[in-house]
Design a protein around this ligand. Structure first.
Ligand SMILES: CC(C)(COP(=O)(O)OP(=O)(O)OC[C@H]1O[C@@H](n2cnc3c(N)ncnc32)[C@H](O)[C@@H]1OP(=O)(O)O)[C@@H](O)C(=O)NCCC(=O)NCCSC(=O)C[C@H](O)C(=O)O
Ligand SMILES: [Mg+2]
Length: 355
């Protein structure tokens, strides 16, 4: 573990200093595409302006015999792209794979100036982040990059979950964590073959009725990801980094996707992955606060004055703590409104050009 004094020192001579704080940028959806898939790549000019984050995926989802071409195509795609305000991320192959090292050695020099975040899969502990941290610093120094590339870890192994706090705290480059429910389910030997979401067998059942023990007893599906997601959110919040729900694999079930994303939003996540164009607008809607909630937050903040004491608003008690909850909503709404005229109008907040 580095001492507090040298935590923010560059890990290679000539590398840019790592950030003291992770800059806030919208990241309601991290949109995955396979750079070796020509049809998907052709869609990017329409996709980029619609998404907060575009991610070139090199790991799972890309065929083994396409790994090299995916990496090479990524360089060509970035060369010709206009990202505007959209962030550009990549997902590396895992550190123990035949491709992970060359992904970094090739891509940081080639596209480092455009690269906001590197997503690292199957992170097991702080040692994986330390390895990537040093390597990135060396590559940034060699390439003469002026800003540091940030690191995002996927929580998708039992050991990773056990070490989640140390992973978040391992480097000032740590931008956030995503839940990887498919790999995590396999690693934990969970008996679900779904990619995220619920499971009809994971439920609680209503007690028998004393007056009619044979009556049908209602069942309620539970969220098998609740524990991990909540733990991940706490670890991220405690370390000033961002939590994300990962993939929802049932592309056709847009309603359940929306529910899973909303659960994540309510628990504290800032975004989720979109695997298909149909999931982009779901994430955009869910991870932007509802106008009614923004209106409520404004009213509570106004009623609370200097933010101390207790008042009644519409029959509910508001105090120093509840005004902080409202400020969370209002801060997010204000930041999103500053970049999106439609949301600004819906929230009654200043539009981008008025700032
Ligand atoms: C899921 C898909 C395989 C579906 O693809 P397809 O069958 O082609 O769907 P459609 O016919 O409905 O597609 C319509 C058109 O849209 C284009 N398309 C599809 N997906 C994308 C995309 N992500 N970005 C851009 N464009 C896209 C198609 O090419 C069609 O084009 P056209 O024919 O010209 O109209 C596919 O969506 C897909 O592969 N998605 C990404 C999958 C992925 O990234 N998987 C890995 C991430 S999840 C994971 O790794 C698990 C996690 O780590 C964990 O452990 O939990
Ligand atoms: Mg995975």
């Amino acid at each position: 573990m580095r001492s507090a004094k040298d935590f923010f020192a560059p890990l290679a001579v000539g590398a840019p200093p790592p950030p003291r704080e992770i800059p806030w940028r919208p990241s309601r959806m991290i949109h995955f595409f396979d750079p070796s898939n020509e049809k998907m790549a052709a869609k990017l000019p329409q996709i980029i302006p619609r998404v907060d984050v575009l991610l070139g995926n090199l790991e799972d989802g890309v065929r083994a015999d396409n790994k090299i071409v995916a990496r090479e195509n990524l360089i060509k795609i970035v060369d010709g792209a206009d990202f505007g305000e959209t962030q550009f991320w990549i997902r590396l192959n895992s550190l123990d794979s035949p491709w992970g090292l060359d992904d970094l050695l090739t891509l940081v020099p080639a596209i480092g100036e455009n690269l906001d975040v590197v997503m690292v899969p199957k992170v097991q502990g702080a040692e994986d982040i330390h390895y990537v941290d040093r390597l990135l610093a060396q590559l940034e120094a060699k390439a003469g990059l002026s800003r540091p590339v940030l690191v995002h870890a996927i929580l998708e192994t039992a050991r990773g979950v056990a070490n989640v706090e140390e992973i978040c705290a391992a480097s000032p480059r740590m931008q956030g964590l995503s839940l990887g429910p498919a790999d995590l389910a396999a690693d934990r030997r969970m008996k679900t073959t779904r990619v995220g979401g619920g499971h009809p067998g994971y439920l609680v059942r209503q007690d028998p009725r004393p007056d009619d023990p044979a009556a049908v007893r209602a069942t309620f599906q539970q969220d098998p990801w609740h524990y991990t997601l909540a733990r991940m959110v706490d670890a991220c919040a405690a370390n000033g980094i961002m939590p994300y729900y990962g993939p929802f694999g049932d592309i056709a079930d847009v309603l359940a996707c929306e529910d899973q994303f909303r659960n994540a939003f309510l628990l504290g996540c800032v975004g989720a992955w979109s695997l298909h164009p149909v999931q982009i607008d779901i994430a955009k809607k869910v991870f932007s606060p509802e106008p009614a909630d923004v209106e409520w937050a404004k009213r509570v903040v106004a009623a609370m004055g200097d933010g101390t004491g207790a008042v009644m608003v519409d029959g509910t008690m508001q105090d120093d703590a509840s005004v902080k909850q409202c400020r969370v909503i209002l801060t997010l709404a204000t930041r999103l409104a500053a970049r999106d005229a439609q949301l600004a109008a819906a929230y009654g907040l200043p539009a981008p050009e008025a700032r």
